[in-house]
Design a protein around this ligand. Structure first.
Ligand SMILES: Nc1ncnc2c1ncn2[C@@H]1O[C@H](COP(=O)(O)OP(=O)(O)OP(=O)(O)O)[C@@H](O)[C@H]1O
Length: 867
């Protein structure tokens, strides 16, 4: 904006500029009369996003400035569009009644809406949390906090960069904040796809954060939340509270606690796993993530909860079993599920409603919806209470019916109350005697007008006489031109239309004053009573939040029972052993997508730490290797969410980490060598193995030449088998049938293949997993199936035969077989103190959180130790 002649700006623009300068980076919606206006660059942006007209306005003699605006009542329509486009939007309102002031009206920003901080139903998606994340970077550990202001859910965690990255991947925050000086760290470690905002460095400080949190929760310490020692997490969370203040969100009583995301409680999945297994988001447009199959929830709370369960499956046998028991109770009792579903279906978003109550943004209709929800809790609580299942009785006990609040709303608020509090018809009769009197006056006044119309009609003989009302003249009598001559003298003409004239009379004026006066007074009283209702409702924020949590759980578990019935899933047996024993397992997503009439071919998978730790699975392209790998992980994860699984039977020895690595594919991040990415990810798996890990390796080594690829794949399998501390259960799908040799030398490696039949040069996919290795890759047949021109297929066959004749492949096999055995005697380090020191240093390194330069420096340091 041109500021050269600031002195001559109009007073309005001066005020605008003052306010605008306080909200850098935000798009300012400036209320002028009935419009929200944007100016300058904001106007250019707004006109593009909102598709509204861009004009110019004279700014005194200072200059002209771009202008684009929309009527204030269209806010609900336009605001979400701006926020979704990634803008931070400052809403500047008139803070006093323009009628009551001379000169320029006082204005101020009443809310700064950002992608991560919004209550707006149009910005939020019902079945999805809208998280704001805050990250604090310290030397070795990072802290993160997530807040959904629309529900009050507040969580924190700390860990290394890859853990934080995994959490971001799972929770998908709409906005991330961090300190200005952490910009470089952030872009180094995390994707640049997020909406980000930077805060001043001083905000990310421990004492400041600690005080902010204890003040918010009205506690002396953070011990009760189990985060007392989570320094980085506390700092990140404190910054969130500061940010809420900065964005003018000062009424936030519904944020009453914070919880720690306990890393050790949940199955560890790296972010590649969440992505590769398509748990919550599809990898490609049009794909179906697992959550879409599992989520048959009936409430927004359930839908949000199930996504959290999906990214955080549990490791605690008791928790899983309790969920499974409830699913079983639902599964076996259709009546119970029907009763509960009936309540849940009409429940609405209690969790967000009660947050709106807490921040004073709830409208009369929403308050009625809250009452309705409380009413629906009654049969829900009863049905749970009457169930045989103890866990359900326990849930029932935790539901608070909030009868007092129900009664209060029911007895005071009209059933069909309007959207706004100034529209009348809000409060029931009998609540306030003055209101009742005023209502009588207003209604009898209106009656009186009708009588007056009738009386005057008879007196004057004007048969078309009408009493009507408009904002300019108030009540008037309208006479069509054909009766004009019958109008009595004392009537005062106010307006002439083409076909009629409008008049007022003394009597009409008197009644109007009474009626309008009464209506104004009624609005004031109704608003006062509504406010006191709200005040009362605020005392119920915490029990209703608790109810919402229980509803969410019941809803998710009902959904599990529902899909178990619909898709023929079974209850998994959870055990403390390390064995995975899946009989006739299926892929929950692919089986739903098969063309009509085609059956998914189920397969058995057995893995344990003793006899069969690693399954090498060979088979041609398209045989179904990837599907088998993924279904195994999905079945494990579903079981540990507490869900039934697609199999004939499944014994799941608790898994604590799931790793997947899919050989270099095309959709990997730009700029990096795909093979490099493949190796980095594989390295991170090999560095984090545990005894209860499940590892899926799909075509590892594919991204490089055959010899390199085979060698790398080979040594990875050896490493997995011989790891001194952990016997990670592994499914290793590969094209390299050379790897079948490994089974000869290592007792816990077993060969399998996904069988195909070759009939007259064509392949028939049987999709059945069989014992034993396979000889061919069948790649050329698949090329043929894919419609490759015949000459190419023929020539490929020719080349292959030629190569085989030269025994290149045999040689490779033999060479592999001759490879000396390596048992990864990691304890060789211990013989030499320097090596031992290097080993210690290596052990402590967190490769995931290092930049390439840091890694090089470290390497240099290690090398120097040898000299
Ligand atoms: N058990 C099964 N029953 C029915 N159809 C299956 C089964 N397994 C896989 N399919 C179908 O075959 C397709 C190919 O499977 P998948 O991608 O698992 O093969 P693959 O062996 O991993 O091949 P590639 O090596 O080319 O990745 C799947 O998209 C699916 O439609």
């Amino acid at each position: 904006m041109a500021k050269t002649q600031e002195a001559k700006e109009t007073p309005l623009m001066k005020q605008y500029n003052q306010i605008k300068s306080k909200y850098p980076g935000a798009l300012l919606l400036f209320r002028v009369g009935d419009f929200y206006e944007t100016f300058g660059e904001d106007a250019v942006k707004a006109s593009k996003v909102l598709n509204i007209i861009l004009t110019k306005r004279a700014n005194g003699s200072a200059s002209h400035i771009e202008l684009a605006g929309f009527p204030h009542h269209a806010m609900d329509n336009y605001l979400p569009k701006l926020v979704r486009a990634g803008h931070r939007v400052a809403i500047c309102d008139q803070l006093e009644d323009p009628k009551s002031v001379k000169g320029i009206v006082k204005r101020g920003v009443t809310e700064l809406v950002t992608p991560g901080v919004s209550f707006d139903d149009n910005v939020l998606e019902t079945g999805r949390n809208n998280y704001l994340a805050s990250i604090h970077f310290s030397k070795n550990t990072l802290g993160v906090a997530f807040l959904d202001i629309s529900t009050g859910e507040f969580m924190t965690a700390s860990g290394n960069a890859s853990y934080i990255d995994k959490l971001l991947q799972g929770f998908q925050p709409s906005e991330i904040i961090y300190s200005k000086s952490a910009r470089e760290h952030f872009s180094h470690k995390f994707s640049d796809d997020y909406n980000v905002h930077h805060l001043e460095d001083w905000i990310y400080a421990f004492d400041f954060a600690y005080e902010k949190l204890t003040k918010q929760f009205k506690t002396n310490s953070l011990k009760g939340f189990g985060i007392e020692n989570l320094e980085e997490g506390i700092i990140a969370a404190g910054a969130i509270l500061h940010y809420l203040e900065e964005t003018e969100h000062k009424k936030i009583e519904h944020i009453a606690s914070i919880s720690r995301i306990e890393e050790e409680k949940y199955v560890w999945m790296d972010k590649f796993t969440i992505r590769n297994l398509e748990l919550v988001y599809p990898q490609q447009e049009g794909g179906i993530p697992l959550i879409q199959i599992l989520d048959k929830t009936l409430t927004p709370m359930g839908s949000r909860q199930i996504k959290k369960w999906m990214v955080l499956p549990v490791k605690d046998k008791a928790v899983i079993e309790e969920r499974l028991q409830i699913v079983e109770a639902f599964h076996s009792n259709q009546d119970l599920t029907e009763q509960l579903s009936a309540s849940l279906k009409s429940m609405g978003d209690v969790e967000r409603l009660i947050s709106k109550v807490a921040v004073g943004r709830v409208n009369p209709r929403e308050l009625n919806q809250l009452k309705k929800a409380l009413g629906l809790m009654v049969p829900l609580k009863k049905a749970l209470e009457e169930s045989e299942e103890q866990a359900l009785k326990k849930l029932s006990n935790q539901i608070n019916l909030c009868e007092y609040l129900y009664e209060l709303i029911d007895s005071q608020l009209m059933e069909d109350a309007p959207l706004h509090t100034n529209q009348g018809n809000l409060i029931r009769e009998g609540v306030d005697p003055e209101l009742d009197d005023l209502k009588k006056i207003a209604f009898s006044g209106k009656d009186y007008l009708l009588q007056l119309q009738k009386r005057e009609m008879e007196k004057t003989g004007i048969t078309s006489l009408k009493v009507a009302y408009n904002k300019v003249f108030g009540y008037y009598l309208e006479v069509t031109n054909s009766h004009k001559d019958k109008v009595p003298q004392e009537w005062i003409r106010k307006q002439t239309l083409v076909n009629a004239e409008r008049y007022i009379t003394e009597e009409l004026k008197e009644y109007e004053e009474k009626i309008l006066g009464a209506e104004d007074k009624m609005v004031v009283i109704e608003q006062r009573i509504f406010q006191s209702l709200l005040q009362n409702a605020m005392d119920f924020v915490s029990p209703i939040q608790q109810n919402a949590k229980i509803i969410a759980q019941v809803d998710c578990l009902l959904s599990f029972a529902e899909i178990a019935r619909a898709n023929d899933y079974v209850k998994p047996q959870i055990s403390e052993t390390t064995a995975l024993d899946i009989k006739l397992g299926r892929h929950p997503v692919i089986e739903q997508q098969l063309p009509h009439g085609e059956e998914y071919i189920p397969n058995d998978v057995f893995l344990d730490n003793e006899s069969q730790q690693i399954m090498i699975i060979t088979g041609p392209n398209m045989a179904g290797k990837s599907a088998l790998l993924r279904q195994t992980a999905l079945i494990v994860l579903m079981a540990q969410m507490g869900c039934y699984v697609p199999a004939k039977s499944a014994e799941i020895g608790l898994v604590d980490k799931v790793f997947t690595r899919v050989g270099a594919s095309d959709n990997l991040s730009k700029g990096e060598s795909t093979f490099m990415v493949e190796m980095t990810e594989t390295a991170s798996i090999l560095n984090n193995l545990s005894d209860r890990s499940l590892v899926l390796m799909d075509e590892i080594g594919r991204g490089t030449s055959t010899y390199d690829g085979v060698s790398i794949a080979w040594s990875i399998v050896e490493f997995l088998h011989n790891h001194p501390k952990s016997k990670a259960k592994t499914l290793f799908a590969t094209h390299y049938h050379e790897l079948n040799q490994l089974a000869h030398d290592f007792p816990r490696i077993k060969n399998y293949n996904v069988s195909v039949k070759e009939i007259d040069g064509e392949i028939i996919f049987l999709r059945k997993l069989k014992k034993g290795g396979s000889e061919h890759s069948f790649g050329i047949h698949v090329a043929h199936l894919a419609g490759m021109p015949n000459p190419v297929v023929l020539r490929a066959n020719e080349i292959m035969h030629h190569l085989e004749k030269d025994k290149i492949r045999d040689k490779a096999n033999r060479k592999m077989h001759e490879v000396p055995k390596n048992n990864y005697q990691l304890n060789m380090f211990e013989a030499d103190p320097v090596l031992s020191e290097i080993k210690d240093l290596l052990d402590k390194l967190d490769i995931n959180s290092m930049s390439p330069v840091e890694a090089l420096l470290k390497l240099n340091e290690l090398k120097s130790k040898l000299n």
